[in-house]
Design a protein around this ligand. Structure first.
Ligand code: GDP
Length: 533
């Protein structure tokens, strides 16, 4: 068997890792994330299928299989990670739940990606959720490809948007495509990499790539040439002021390539697919806490970036999502949990797609695997075979929602306490306590309301401790530095609470209260939570 040979195995791992791109689409709700993801999936398949020969058709069998299932019921991107094959490259699109599903998980999944596609609505520019996700990417130095979407609708000015991208991201925006026609009059693209001008036309809706026709701008009729000449001039202006694309600058998150698109019409989407293949980074050696970066070809290792539990009453199981960092994952292999030292048998490894699950037999660096019945696994756990490794912790993120939890039935306090401890360990919610509030009434803290819903549901059903949650009017938390002097228990507009590891956190009603606080308590050092990664 080939896998018995370590040399061939190493080559296979390198080859497979090299053809993987693991990324997330970050955006504000409604910017078109689902539409773009669907367009990427449909086009990747349509373009691949349009090829005359696929000698190795089994290579994308997985994609077609799920496409078959998912097409019947409409594409669901509620899955943790969607896998597509395009130009012999495997694209792992890791979902960043938004809307009502926005939670600390939305931030944590960014620990599992090698790059991000930042989607911006051409009419709305930067919106709050995009800004928050961008900050997490920036803190992790994740390379970002910017896509300005909905160019088929009236919107802002292209040059103005480019300036905005530069200001908001702190990176130099470098357009790789430039739109022909103002927002709302999307006629084509200048592909600056290929030095082509392309007229775009929609061929019906759905799985069809847009019709692309090469245009010779200099040969156009003068009355037709206006928008094309303007696009050429504007893109030239940006290039002369911002420079051209530089892979090193992009990978260091100092440059962001920019594309223009209308995902709903599949305009600009095939260009994005090509850019993901040509430009987005493949998995690289992951830094570890103890032993330097883990080489891609080292024995299997990965870390848990998300645990889903108790949300679906029909399967009351825990699924731990593992990002593979090195080696070959094979279903059935026994791996070790670094935190507990205990073995974990990967009998039930799945790629979870919406509500359907597909068994994963083999996975490579960059892939995401859902481990089912993983009650012993927590967010941040490192798993390995053979050579131990501990990957850096996934940081906590600054909570914005706070609620006091109390057992509805005081006779169930023991169950309540066990449940709260478990939810804290799993990272479902952050738990803050103080002597003033007492152990019976801990404060739960979260970045999204879903975290409270999940916590209350699990306390009631899994731990048999129905719980009431009373919202507090705080919106901000800051870490109290250990060197602080004269820390008060309470103060106007906030209070001091403690995590179970003893770290003190000050919570505030709004940012103005922080100003009052620092004036009244000059010895207290406040630090942001979750910014330094
Ligand atoms: P999400 O919340 O970011 O996943 O956004 P959706 O993909 O659900 O899109 C929100 C709305 O915008 C839907 O009605 C889409 O049809 C529409 N939409 C998405 N992309 C485009 C686009 O390129 N052009 C136009 N005109 N509408 C779009």
């Amino acid at each position: 068997m080939l896998t018995d040979s370590p040399v061939l195995d190493t080559e296979a791992v390198r080859r497979e890792a090299g053809r993987r791109r693991t990324f997330a689409v970050i955006s504000h709700p409604d910017a078109g994330k689902s539409t773009l993801t669907e367009a990427l999936a449909l086009l990747a398949r349509a373009i691949q299928d349009a090829g005359v020969t696929h000698g190795k058709s089994s290579r994308h069998a997985t994609v077609s299989d799920w496409m078959g299932i998912e097409q019947e019921r409409g594409i669901s991107i509620s899955s943790a990670a969607l896998q597509l094959t395009y130009r012999d490259t495997v694209l792992n699109v890791v979902d960043t739940p938004g809307h009502a599903d926005f939670s600390e998980d939305t931030y944590r999944v960014l620990a599992a990606v090698d790059s991000a596609v930042m989607l911006i609505d051409a009419a709305k520019g930067f919106e709050p959720q995009t800004v928050k996700l961008l900050a997490v990417c920036k803190a992790r130095n994740i390379p970002i490809i910017t896509v300005i979407n909905k160019w088929d609708r009236p919107g802002l000015d292209a040059l103005g948007l480019i300036d905005d991208v530069g200001e908001r991201t702190g990176m130099t925006p470098v357009p790789l495509t430039w739109p022909v026609g103002i927002a709302g009059e999307f006629q084509g693209l200048i592909d600056l990499r290929a030095e082509r001008a392309i007229a775009l036309a929609a061929i019906g809706a759905g799985a069809q790539a847009a019709e692309e026709t090469d245009v010779d701008i200099d040969a156009l009729d003068p009355h037709e040439a206006g928008a094309w000449l303007e696009a050429r001039e504007e893109s030239g202006l940006v290039e002369s002021s911002n420079g051209s694309f530089d892979r090193e600058e992009f990978e260091a998150a100092r440059q962001t390539p920019v594309l223009f698109a209308a995902a709903a019409k599949n305009f600009g989407v095939s260009q994005l697919l090509d850019i993901l293949v040509d430009v987005a980074p493949s998995p690289s050696p992951r830094p570890s806490k103890d032993a330097g970066p883990r080489a891609i070809e080292a024995p299997m290792s990965g870390f848990v970036f998300k645990v889903q539990a108790g949300q679906d009453s029909s399967h009351r199981d825990h699924i731990a999502y593992l990002r593979i960092c090195s080696g070959t994952f094979e279903r059935g292999m026994v791996i070790t949990n670094q935190r507990t030292g205990k073995p974990f048998a990967t009998k039930y490894a799945h790629r979870v797609l919406g509500r359907s699950r597909e068994v994963v037999d083999t996975a490579w660096p960059g892939d995401v695997v859902g481990l089912v019945n993983a009650t012993s696994l927590r967010v941040g756990d490192s798993l390995f075979s053979e050579e131990p490794v501990q990957f850096p912790d996934i940081p906590r993120f600054s909570p914005e929602l706070f609620a006091v939890a109390r057992a509805k039935d005081p006779g169930r306090y023991k169950q309540f306490r066990r449940g709260i401890d478990q939810l804290e360990h799993e990272g479902v919610v952050q738990v803050l306590r103080s002597d003033l509030r007492g152990d019976q009434a801990p404060v739960l803290a979260a970045v999204g309301a879903l975290q409270f819903e999940v916590a209350a549901e699990r306390l009631g059903t899994e731990f048999n401790a129905p719980t009431s949650l009373d919202n507090l009017s705080y919106t901000l938390a800051m870490r109290v530095g250990p060197e602080s002097q004269g820390v008060p228990e309470t103060f106007r507009g906030g209070e001091i609470l403690f995590r179970s590891d003893g770290e003190a956190v000050a919570v505030f009603g709004d940012k103005w209260k922080i100003g009052h606080f620092t004036k009244d308590h000059p010895g207290v050092v406040l630090e942001p939570i979750g910014a330094a990664v």
